[in-house]
Unconditional design. Structure first.
Lengths: 299, 408
């Protein structure tokens, strides 16, 4: 009688003492196993193309004289959105230059462009596949949830172990974190296309592929552009985190400024990131509204 | 051209389970109660001649859209066959076609017009009109040429570069029509194409369709929930109720002779003046309302009991030879001439004493108009020139109000 009372008391006070799930150890083992087995693979097959794209983009962007760049960004803003956005864009970029972080901005922009490039490269086909197969999407969905909700700090270390220090692990982490919106919104956009348009396409004898490329995809484009916009914003939000593991650019300004308690330096980097984010956001939004599927009487 | 035999479509998890009940003649509600399946189409059969407009009419939810979609297999029928006779392949059962054959059927032989237009919003009007040609794999030049041609045909030649959202509803449906005409498919499926349009534009479009149909002679399956529209456009009309086709006939047959109460209810509010013909309502000279009033010079005269002073003379072949009032000869004139002469003139309250003649096929509306110009009954003649009977006020009123003639 007294024994069982004693048992109940311990159970209530410390119910977790009875079982110890060694998650730490399991994860460490798994990561070690992955690193041991895939390090060579990732360093020979994944790093080079990612680094290659990054370097080409950076080379291309930094070879444009800043003056020409400013004019280009103005024209782009005008074409993609409006003259207001064009003015806003050129002023923002000029400010970045006047603050003395132009070169860092170019690196950050290259990081973002590279990450977005890979997000589209893999995200678009995955999104299209998801829209055509419920089963595929059912499998993919929890993976997307994990990609989006796991705090990036958690996978920084394995990323470094697999890809070593530098831009590449930062890029990989960024791609993982920023890809889900492209997949989700491509899937959503295609599924949302009104069935009457699909029926019309079918009635005229279109094949599944023709329906996809002639009707569904173009009509999903505004939604896909919204996903792209989110992806760009998410990858910009990763640049500071990526700097912790060796990525350069504006993120590094912030990180280094914080480390040295140089608030001014950190803020300059931060303002640069915000300006870059706002310009990219307006430009991609403008592009999304330009898609012919959302054309209205008013314009 | 298209022949449907006992086509049924049942929606639900186990459509086959409802088929035996359909055979027993159970109603849609009974079947839903017993099996949980929804009957879309119930044993529909019809036969559409090449070049005719076949209208299917019925209340909302009676299965019209389901039936028309069975014809191009956007919906697969649960039972039954649909035969399509095309000049190249002879007769084939659409329900047995595989995916590839179906695509060919839709690409080349059948096109469709939709109630809510279903124009592709991201494509220009021209590129919408030529969508079917694109799917057929025609060259750019050909597409542009043919697309422009059909746009001209529907009166939108100037709008090729606009987007659908810049067009009014009526114009959008013209584009829908152009898109369907462009592929030169022999069969045109139209699912309530004008239901979403304003009444005036609707009538416009009906006339436009009739005009185009006179030129192109497509075979048209036309869905509508408006009996007047069905009668204006259809050569034959099928009336649907709860998935069943309850009557098929020419507009006049349906109007004069509704087979069920359901059909009668529709007919009650229909406008008969453009449908019912003089031959149907004419009071025949052979009926016992007429009495002989003697013979002179080989011409036999007769008169209506109520108007002995008006006498109609016919020769041995039954041809009209003269009309007299109180033995005075009255001029005779064909209805067409009377109406042509009166065109644009003001209506006079002083009507002439003219004996107007018209053919059996003349619709009620024209006979009424003729009556504006003469006080005398209208004489109806057959194709071979025989005088068949008279139309006086009682016949006209009966025709309009009761939608009934003397032969009915
Ligand atoms: N995909 C579907 N699944 C289940 N039931 C359906 C489906 N499509 C139609 N039905 C049912 O089939 C019946 C016929 O529908 P249908 O759309 O053919 O009617 P309709 O005559 O075209 O009506 P409307 O004039 O409203 O267009 C209705 O009872 C409808 O609820
Ligand atoms: Mg319908």
């Amino acid at each position: 009688m007294g024994e069982s009372l004693e048992f109940l008391r311990t159970l209530m006070n410390d119910p977790f003492g009875f079982l110890d799930i060694p998650v730490r150890q399991i994860i460490t083992d798994i990561v070690n196993w992955i690193v041991a087995n895939f390090r060579d693979f990732s360093r020979t097959y994944i790093s080079p193309p990612v680094r290659g794209v990054m370097n080409s983009v950076q080379w291309a962007l930094s070879s444009i004289p800043p003056g020409i760049f400013l004019i280009g960004i103005f024209l782009l803003g005008w074409w993609a959105a409006s003259w207001r956005i064009a003015v806003f864009s050129i002023v923002s970029f000029a400010l970045i230059g006047f603050m003395g972080v132009w070169d860092q901005m170019i690196i950050t922009l290259s990081l973002v462009v590279t990450a977005v490039f890979f997000c589209i490269l893999f995200g678009l086909p995955l999104g299209i596949l998801s829209s055509r197969s419920d089963r595929f999407y059912a499998i993919l969905r929890p993976i997307l949830d994990i990609m989006q909700t796991t705090p990036p700090f958690v996978y920084l270390v394995p990323a470094v172990m697999l890809f070593s220090i530098g831009n590449v692990p930062g890029l990989i982490a960024t791609i993982v974190f920023a890809m889900p919106p492209v997949i989700r919104l491509t899937n959503l956009g295609i599924r949302q296309v009104n069935s009457e348009f699909i029926e019309a396409a079918v009635a005229f004898g279109s094949s599944r592929r023709q329906i996809l490329w002639k009707v569904q995809f173009p009509l999903a484009l505004p939604t896909i552009m919204a996903g792209l916009n989110q992806t760009i914003m998410l990858s910009l939000s990763m640049v500071v985190i990526a700097a912790i593991i060796g990525a350069g650019g504006l993120g590094l300004e912030v990180y280094a400024g914080l480390e040295r308690l140089n608030i001014g330096q950190a803020f300059v980097g931060g303002i640069g990131i915000v300006l870059l984010a706002m310009v990219l956001d307006r430009l991609t939004q403008g592009l999304g509204e330009k898609a012919p599927g959302v054309r209205h009487k008013a314009d | 051209m298209i022949r449907a035999e006992n086509v049924s479509k049942i929606f639900g998890s186990d459509p086959e389970s409802a088929l035996p009940l359909l055979k027993q003649g159970k109603s849609k509600d009974e079947i839903r109660e017993e099996t949980g399946q929804t009957v879309g189409v119930n044993n529909a059969s019809f036969d559409i001649e090449p070049g005719e407009v076949f209208a299917i009419m019925g209340l909302s939810g009676c299965g019209k859209s389901t039936l028309i979609r069975c014809v191009n297999r956007i919906i697969d029928p649960t039972a039954g066959s649909i035969f399509f006779k095309d000049p190249e392949h002879g007769e084939q059962d659409i329900t047995t076609l595989n995916a590839e054959q179906l695509r060919i059927l839709r690409k080349r032989h059948m096109s469709m017009v939709f109630q809510h237009f279903a124009l592709f919003p991201h494509r220009t009007v021209l590129s919408n009109a030529s969508y079917g040609l694109e799917i057929q794999g025609r060259s750019n030049d050909e597409r542009e040429l043919r697309g422009q041609q059909v746009l001209d045909m529907v009166g939108l030649g100037q709008w090729g570069h606009a987007y659908p959202s810049e067009l009014s509803g009526g114009m959008q449906q013209r584009v829908g029509l152009a898109r369907a005409l462009a592929t030169e498919a022999e069969v045109l499926l139209m699912d309530e194409p004008f239901s979403a349009l304003d009444p005036l534009i609707k009538v416009d479009m009906q006339q436009e369709l009739k005009k185009i149909q006179r030129e192109l002679q497509r075979t048209v399956l036309f869905i509508t929930h408006d009996l007047d529209e069905a009668m204006r456009i259809g050569d034959h009309i099928a009336i649907m109720e709860e998935g069943r086709i309850v009557q098929i006939g020419s507009p006049e047959q349906i109007l004069v002779n509704p087979r069920t109460d359901y059909v009668a209810k529709f007919v009650e509010h229909a406008d008969p003046t453009g449908v019912i013909t003089a031959g149907t309502i004419a009071l025949p000279f052979e009926s016992d309302a007429f009495e002989s009033s003697g013979e002179r010079d080989g011409i036999r005269y007769s008169h209506h009991r109520d108007h002995p002073q008006i006498r109609y003379g016919r020769d041995r072949d039954g041809r009209l030879r003269g009309v007299t009032i109180d033995d005075r000869e009255v001029p005779m004139q064909q209805l067409e001439q009377v109406l042509d002469a009166a065109e644009g003139a003001e209506v006079s309250r002083l009507r002439d004493e003219v004996a107007i003649t018209c053919s059996e096929e003349t619709v009620l509306r024209r006979v009424l108009r003729g009556r504006l110009h003469s006080t005398l009954p209208v004489i109806v003649t057959t194709g071979d020139g025989r005088a068949r009977g008279l139309i006086d006020d009682p016949e006209l009123i009966n025709g309009i109000l009761e939608k009934r003639g003397h032969t009915a």
